[in-house]
Design a protein around this ligand. Structure first.
Ligand code: NAD
Length: 390
């Protein structure tokens, strides 16, 4: 399994879904920060808050609460939050008391900043928490984003934003109604090799792009994980990994596809893939006639993004991993630094909140992508060429 998305060994746990009646009143932007950013009456990460206060308004760090302490929060986001400059790990939301204890001592998190899924809505009264970062299975993103927005907190939501376009719209509406920002965990927008691909494609450095090839896959080797559960995952590898190919093609072109064809691959492990696809291939046509050939599977390893333009080409492989991203162009190696993508991403998102600017990767981008994912499924299911007008 490669290291861009780790399925966990969590069983499909039953989960009590609450309904929030809490209405947030927090103002968007800078006034909010002077209230929330670093006022806390407790110990623990209070040190960071105090330091930030002493540093004055410009250096204030925003408090982030991670919701869902699975593989990605544990191995990537929490460590990254030890390196961030604009934000810090202020709180956690978990349904597992033993994890709460472990994180509390490991990261010095005050007891009052630890929530479970039932009392989560009380986070609205917690001045330490500015941003709620939803890192739950995909099918739960909408509920927790909406509850966080209603609690008056800015939201970062992991990809894919939700499992339906309707849910994406509800999430955007909730954030707008509560004057909070909504951003998606698209870390590669903060990664230098992928940023270079955006330039090469969009600025037509080698002329107009004619063809894109993208693949993102890993092997799932245990059957009882939420990623194989249609309700929790929304679909198979397309939702989880193929979204990187969609993103890659769209940020190469700087525009959205106008038509899609798609095919489901062979099912070789029916005992795993009785709810979601094992493999999917799809083709996206762009307005200038360029075509992106994409593939995603839970039964092979891949991670590539290639662009072919009129006068040259480029290729990242691996393109989407947390580290070790490697690339070359028709003119030679791409020589860019490896960065802590998650730290950069969260710093960038916190900064846009501080400056009352829209995120580089806003909810609307997440919804656009879910729209494309749904069109890919429709094309695969019907065999039709599905036209898109986004
Ligand atoms: P995971 O299985 O490791 O963790 C999921 C967490 O959700 C666990 O802490 C689990 O206890 C909790 N949970 C709460 N209710 C649950 C339920 N009903 N069923 C299962 N788990 C439940 O998953 P993960 O890899 O951390 O992924 C979480 C989210 O983060 C997903 O949306 C995934 O797409 C995203 N992700 C993004 C990246 C990235 O590179 N941006 C990488 C990995 C995961």
């Amino acid at each position: 399994m490669k290291n861009n998305d780790y399925p966990s060994s969590n069983n499909r746990r039953k989960f009590l879904r609450g309904i929030s009646l809490a209405l947030g009143t927090t103002a968007f932007g800078i006034p909010l920060l002077s209230l929330n950013a670093c006022q806390s009456g407790n110990s623990g990460n209070q040190e960071q808050a105090d330091q930030a206060n002493q540093d004055g308004a410009q250096n204030r760090k925003l408090g982030i609460a991670l919701v869902g302490l699975g593989g990605y929060s544990t191995n990537q986001l929490a460590p990254a939050l030890q390196e961030t400059e604009n934000c810090y790990l202020a709180g956690i939301v978990t349904g597992t008391p033993s994890k709460a204890e472990e994180w509390k001592s490991k990261y010095n998190i005050p007891e009052k900043n630890i929530y479970n899924y039932e009392n989560f809505d009380q986070i609205k009264d917690n001045q330490d928490i500015d941003i709620v970062y939803v890192v739950l299975p995909n099918g739960m993103h909408a509920e927790y984003t909406i509850r966080a927005a209603q609690a008056g907190k800015h939201v970062i939501c992991e990809k894919p934003m939700a499992t339906s376009v309707e849910d994406c719209q509800r999430m955007i509406d909730a954030c707008n109604q509560n004057n909070v920002s909504l951003s998606i965990g698209y870390r590669l927008h903060y990664e230098p090799h992928n940023q270079r691909v955006m330039e090469l494609g969009q600025q037509q450095v080698f002329g107009p792009v004619r063809r894109i090839e993208a693949a993102d896959s890993f092997v799932i080797d245990e059957p009882d994980v939420w990623r194989l559960d249609k309700e929790l995952a929304g679909g198979g590898p397309l939702m989880d990994l193929g979204i990187y190919c969609v993103q890659g093609a769209v940020y190469t072109m700087g525009e959205t596809p106008v038509a899609i064809t798609a095919q489901f691959g062979e099912v070789t492990k029916p005992e795993y893939f009785d709810e979601v696809e094992e493999t999917i291939m799809w083709q996206m046509e762009f307005p200038n006639g360029a075509v992106a050939d994409c593939r995603s599977s839970y039964n092979e390893e891949a991670g590539k993004l290639r662009g072919e333009a009129e006068n040259g080409w480029w290729e990242l492989d691996p393109a989407y991993s947390y580290s070790g991203i490697d690339g070359e162009t028709s003119e030679g190696n791409m020589d860019y630094p490896q960065v802590n993508q998650q730290a950069r991403q969260m710093d960038g998102q916190a900064q846009s909140v501080m400056e009352n600017r829209k995120s580089r990767v806003p909810g609307e981008m997440g919804m656009r992508d879910v729209r494309i994912l749904m069109a890919i499924y429709e094309a695969a299911r019907t065999g039709n060429r599905v036209q898109l007008d986004i």
